[in-house]
Design a protein. Structure first.
Lengths: 252, 335
């Protein structure tokens, strides 16, 4: 098996007396989808925030491509190759869809301080921006303001922006939340396609999607890691069933 | 990002019209005109922070004042200083002050940013007010204006009101052009991104601190340019030039004209200076003229309430109704 791209060792985050993430260790392989599931308040989003640098850990290590990144700021982690989507759609609403992606691509330009040249005249940025819009099937809406897109399209756009930064690891925080059936199907297809070439850590409540997409599943409860394994192993795990899957409304 | 870019022919004819002003105007109006143009440069520099980057600086007079004092301090007592030497030195002094202060203040956000920019400006005020450095609270005179020579030839005499007016007009045009280029360049696009969604900028990998510091320093240097010209015009510098009133005034100009549009800053500066001139005219208001701040303040409140995007926003709207540059509006529209 290939060397893991991300290793999390004994990661802990305290908020006051509460351990939102409690001694969590996991490994993510260079391609494929690793899903983290668990009831509300299990610490899944906190975990993503710790990995992306939005929060800093109380203790533990985050090793990305062999290097400790636990002390790096979000922008530095982005530059190392980690991109993320947010639970609440996080884009530039007043910019066009294309500009959202172009700006993301701009962050990878080698000469950020070429002050006088028109930003739209950089062909490489425009090429990347159009390419990632095409990858999420939003080419037709390139010229529309992001705020005019539907909720589902905005989430696709956010993923396109992630792709424009040419990441190796994608952290997706509930990409299906609030989506209609059709939008969900499209997003699941997109994530499946991306997981062939990227390492993806997915936090999601939609169990159908999770079991369809994930090669590895990790279950968190109360900030702790309850179980980790293939979807089959997790489905068969009694402890997991009792803690989480057993609740009828969540049953796949 | 820019809301509506006024068409080039419009801006050029406006500049041409202004360039014709010295043919007919009296010295009084030329000096008033130069004052407006200088304040427009000052307001443009602040709008780069407030309107384009989303950093509400309440201490922007500091950099204006630092450049003004620099000119006053390096000008010899009885002879003219060299324009080509003193201008870069004064602008650099303002830029360095903004770099140093910016290094500390751009880490803060929101109301804290407003407070610390104000605090640093007041510290500089205290330095000039309470030490002998620049003549204390009495200020310091610039007896002779700098001399602008090119190869032994004097194209513009700064002592001549018409020619000084031309100098300020040229500087304003250059600053306007320079800022509009920058705002369209990757750097400016990143500043727009910062204004709209700073968290997203971080998570797509922008070193936010350096972009903010760059904007803060640039804005400080351009404010310095305005401060230098103001010191030239009035021949006198005192601590009030970097007091919080001055910072508040330029912020008012930016808001009055409509934040985030270059022409807004120019319009706001013109509107403010002209309104002040109007309400403080004793020919019109007699004894009430000395209370000009009262009608001025009331009118500003009314304008801000009636026109949330300032006077510039109203003009943009008229422009859009005419369908002008619709595609540009669509690309850059804001909230």
């Amino acid at each position: 098996m290939a060397e893991p791209i991300l290793q999390v060792r004994n990661l802990t985050k305290h908020f006051g007396g509460l351990a939102a993430v409690d001694n969590v260790s996991l490994e993510i392989r260079p391609a494929g989808l690793h899903a983290v599931i668990g009831p509300n308040g299990a610490g899944k989003s906190t975990l993503i925030n710790l990995l992306s640098g939005e929060l800093s850990a109380s203790s533990g290590q985050i090793i990305f491509r062999g290097q400790e990144i636990g002390l790096l700021a979000p922008e530095q982690r982005s530059r190392r190759g980690i991109a993320r989507s947010f639970q609440k759609t996080n884009i530039f609403p007043s910019f066009t869809a294309l500009e959202n992606c172009r700006l993301a691509a701009q962050s990878r330009q080698p000469r950020p301080l070429a002050w006088m040249r028109d930003a739209l005249s950089y062909e490489s940025m425009m090429f990347t921006a159009k390419q990632v819009l095409a990858a999420v099937e939003l080419s037709g809406r390139a010229g529309d303001l992001a705020l005019a897109l539907s909720h589902g399209e905005q989430r696709q756009l956010e993923i396109a922006m992630c792709l424009a930064t040419e990441p190796e690891l994608l952290l997706l925080d509930e990409p299906l939340a609030g989506m209609g059936t059709e939008e969900s199907l499209r997003m699941v297809e997109l994530i499946k396609k991306l997981s062939a070439s990227h390492a993806i850590l997915l936090v999601e409540h939609d169990m159908d999607a999770v079991f369809q997409l994930a090669q590895v599943l990790t279950v968190m409860v109360d900030g702790r890691l309850l179980a980790s394994g293939t979807p089959e192993q997790i489905r068969a795990d009694r402890e997991v069933q009792a803690a989480y899957l057993g609740e009828p409304e969540n049953r796949p | 990002m820019l809301h509506v870019t006024l068409p080039r022919w419009f801006l050029l004819s406006l500049v041409l019209l202004l360039a014709l002003m010295p043919l007919g105007a009296t010295t009084f109006y030329l000096q008033l005109g130069a004052k407006i143009l200088i304040m427009a440069i000052f307001a443009l520099s602040l709008d780069l922070l407030v309107g384009h980057t989303g950093l509400i600086s309440f201490g922007h007079a500091a950099y204006f004042g630092v450049a003004a004092y620099t000119l006053a301090l390096i000008t010899p007592k009885y002879e003219a200083a060299n324009f080509w030497l003193t201008l870069p030195v004064a602008v650099a002094a303002a830029g360095i002050a903004a770099l140093v202060i910016g290094f500390l203040v751009v880490r803060t956000t929101g109301v804290y940013f407003i407070m610390v920019t104000l605090a640093f400006a007041q510290m500089l005020y205290a330095v000039f007010h309470d030490t002998k450095l620049g003549g204390g609270s009495d200020g310091i005179y610039i007896n002779v204006r700098p001399e602008l020579t090119v190869a032994g030839f004097k194209p513009l005499d700064l002592e001549n009101p018409a020619q000084f007016f031309y100098l300020t007009l040229i500087v304003l045009v250059v600053v306007y052009w320079f800022l509009s280029r920058i705002l369209h360049a990757p750097f400016g696009r990143a500043l727009a991104g910062l204004r709209v969604n700073e968290q997203r900028m971080r998570s797509i990998g922008f070193p936010v601190f350096f972009y903010k510091l760059g904007a803060f320093t640039l804005a400080g240097a351009v404010a310095g340019l305005a401060g230098y010209l103001a010191a030239c015009q009035f021949g006198f510098v005192n601590p009030e030039i970097l007091a919080w009133h001055q910072s508040g005034m330029v912020l008012m100009m930016v808001i009055l004209g409509g934040m985030g549009r270059l022409h807004g800053a120019v319009i706001g500066a013109a509107a403010y200076v002209l309104l002040q001139e109007l309400f403080s005219s004793s020919a019109l208001f007699g004894g009430y003229a000395k209370h000009w701040q009262l009608p001025m303040g009331s009118l500003i409140v009314i304008i801000v309430l009636a026109l949330p995007h300032g006077i510039g926003g109203m003009i943009d709207l008229a422009w859009r109704r005419r369908g002008f540059r619709q595609e540009e509006v669509a690309q850059n529209a804001d909230g």
